[in-house]
Design a protein around this ligand. Structure first.
Ligand SMILES: C[S@@+](CC[C@H](N)C(=O)[O-])C[C@H]1O[C@@H](n2cnc3c(N)ncnc32)[C@H](O)[C@@H]1O
Length: 268
């Protein structure tokens, strides 16, 4: 296994992944490092009375290892045991997982053990002209207008570096408008420096926005401020930090349109 460098990628592949689209990401930041922080029965705690299928959105899913592991963990399915039809947790969960890198998505699709419940799609979440029809079309298959929960794991730095402060704020606003709960694992600022340093070592320029980012410093705190101040979300809890020093934060929407049903259904 490649030893984790102080950030983001094996030293043998620096700069090869401008969006964080590392081909073997889960080998150096394994899903278990995040999952062990999440309590068992989390879905039951968050959605005690929801009988309908729960819908999740995983943004920046890479090749799907964390998405599949999250699905198993949230439903209480042990690897090799149980079936998605008989989850120990008693919940029915459908995940839509997207990534900007089509090669990673193809790999995720080919290896998915739950093709009926987990969908992988190539999508640039920053492309507003394609994301909205795409997500709306998925949600409408379930008669819904928002997701119950979104996952944004180790993605915010890449959005921030590639789209600047404005892009990060817009991304968080969009994501929070799409879900009732948001589980987010922001990269700390030292990861930004490491990513920019790697690029410089390759003789390339910094990420377009790196030097002009005014949102910097304690990124978990800054992202919490944006979500709670500008995006009508409240911080439910911090589940702790991974061994690679990233906090796992759960937010809940205070917005009005978050029972997730389509308007016609709400009127009934
Ligand atoms: C560091 S990896 C994290 C993978 C996975 N979420 C995890 O934590 O194990 C970041 C992922 O975000 C994806 N990504 C970056 N920018 C994106 C965008 N604009 N739209 C969709 N995916 C994006 C990258 O391709 C990459 O696979």
């Amino acid at each position: 296994m490649a030893a984790p460098t102080n950030e983001e990628g094996p030293a043998s592949e620096p700069g090869a992944a401008p969006y964080g689209n590392f081909p073997n990401y889960s080998r150096f930041h394994p899903p278990e490092g995040r999952l062990r922080l999440l309590p068992e029965g989390l879905l039951r705690q968050l959605f005690p009375s929801d009988a309908r299928p729960l819908l999740g959105l995983d943004v920046g899913c890479n090749s799907g290892e964390l998405s599949v592991a999250l699905y198993r963990h949230l439903l209480g399915l042990q690897e090799g045991k149980g079936s998605p039809e008989q989850p120990a947790d008693g919940k029915d969960l459908h995940l839509l997982c997207c990534d900007i890198d089509p090669v990673l998505i193809e790999r995720a699709q080919q290896s998915s053990p739950f093709p009926n419940s987990i969908s992988f799609a190539n999508l640039d979440i920053m492309d507003s002209s394609s994301r909205e029809p795409f997500l709306t079309s998925y949600l409408s298959r379930f008669g819904r207008s928002t997701f119950d929960i979104s996952f944004c794991m180790s993605v915010t730095m890449w959005i921030h570096l590639n789209h600047g402060d404005r892009g990060l704020v817009e991304f968080l606003a969009f994501l929070s408008s799409q879900c009732r709960y948001l589980l987010i694992e922001p990269q700390p600022w030292k990861c930004y420096r490491a990513a920019a340093r790697r690029l410089r070592k390759l003789g390339r320029n910094d990420f377009d926005h790196f030097r002009s980012l005014a949102i910097n410093g304690d990124m978990a705190e800054r992202i919490t401020q944006i979500l709670t101040r500008d995006c009508t979300m409240e911080l439910v809890c911090c589940f702790g930090s991974t061994s690679w020093d990233r906090s796992l934060l759960l937010f809940k929407s205070n917005g009005s349109n978050h029972d997730g049903r389509e308007p016609s259904e709400q009127q009934q």
